[in-house]
Design a protein. Structure first.
Length: 301
């Protein structure tokens, strides 16, 4: 017996980006059974659009207060599917994405897999591969490697609590950490966990948080590279360098203390990672100021 699929998309003031993502979703060879849109926009444009457009799937529109974690929890509470898929509002899916993710759950007869993650195709966004970019990537990539801050790896958490993502790998495997806009869950997982609303606003590192909660609830997480998408990274509602760097420090500290602080052997790696955040932002004054401001917030408790 096949599972029913609910797709949950949380959005805010990105009408054109959402329409593009919706068009991509409607091209899926395995269409979802339900689309839940949790919108915190300042206008009603999206609500009016969804009333007028004729879609081949059931649509549920909910207007919510802003906050990605809050909106995702609202989506979970208002969907009907056996499998819950979460996408950003600025992505383009491979036509087989839903079908291939669904197949992983179907093969898992014991139900040990609570979540499945897909593969991000454009690892560097729309960045042009210029000589300067390649040099900076090499230099700062080495620094990030030294301090354990590089994102791409086996998909496991480091001793510092920093996450790695396996998007460069083309073979499926069990992992520790999902990537935020490419994740699907069994509904039953949310009987035990929820998105952490202490991660305010954009909720940087929210994927780390929900992944750790899923693992702690006794489930495994699988990476399925044949299910891929392109993240178009809309320029709307993006954090500036200062806020991004500040939030990186404060959210990392919050998640470390929540999940790993009881393991004394991890603390040296935590402090090494914090030092690394200073070093890798030396080339950007706004990011450096944001990093120090985040550290000041930690010192003030």
């Amino acid at each position: 017996m096949s599972s029913t699929i609910s797709v949950i998309i949380c959005t805010r003031n990105r009408f054109d980006d959402f329409r593009s993502t919706l068009a991509s979703l409607m091209q899926q060879k395995r269409l979802p059974d339900e689309l839940v849109v949790v919108d915190s926009s300042n206008t009603q444009a999206l609500e009016e659009y969804l009333k007028l457009v004729n879609l081949p799937v059931a649509v549920k529109y909910i207007h919510s207060k802003p906050g990605l974690m809050l909106q995702r929890n609202v989506g979970v509470r208002n969907c009907e599917g056996d499998l819950l898929f979460f996408f950003d509002d600025d992505c383009e899916l491979d036509v087989n994405y839903l079908a291939r993710m669904d197949a992983v759950f179907m093969r898992d007869k014991t139900g040990e897999i609570g979540a499945v993650g897909g593969r991000l195709e454009n690892l560097f966004g729309d960045q042009l591969m210029t000589l300067r970019f390649r040099l900076e990537r090499a230099i700062f990539g080495l620094l990030r490697f030294i301090f354990g801050l590089d994102d791409y790896g086996s998909g496991r958490f480091r001793l510092s609590g920093m996450a790695t993502f396996p998007h460069h790998l083309m073979k499926g495997r069990f992992i520790d950490c999902l990537s935020g806009g490419l994740m699907a869950f069994r509904r039953e997982v949310f009987q035990k966990v929820e998105f952490d609303e202490n991660l305010l606003g954009y909720g940087l590192m929210e994927d780390w948080s929900i992944s750790k909660s899923t693992l702690d609830a006794g489930y495994r997480i699988y990476y399925e590279p044949s299910a891929s998408l392109v993240h178009k990274e809309s320029p709307k509602n993006r954090l500036n360098y200062f806020r991004w760097a500040e939030m990186t420090v404060t959210n990392y500290d919050y998640l470390f203390r929540k999940n790993w602080s009881r393991d004394w052997c991890r603390w040296p790696f935590y402090h090494w990672a914090l030092l690394g955040l200073i070093v890798v932002n030396l080339h950007n004054m706004d990011a450096l100021r944001g990093t120090f401001n985040g550290i000041k917030k930690l010192r003030r408790g």
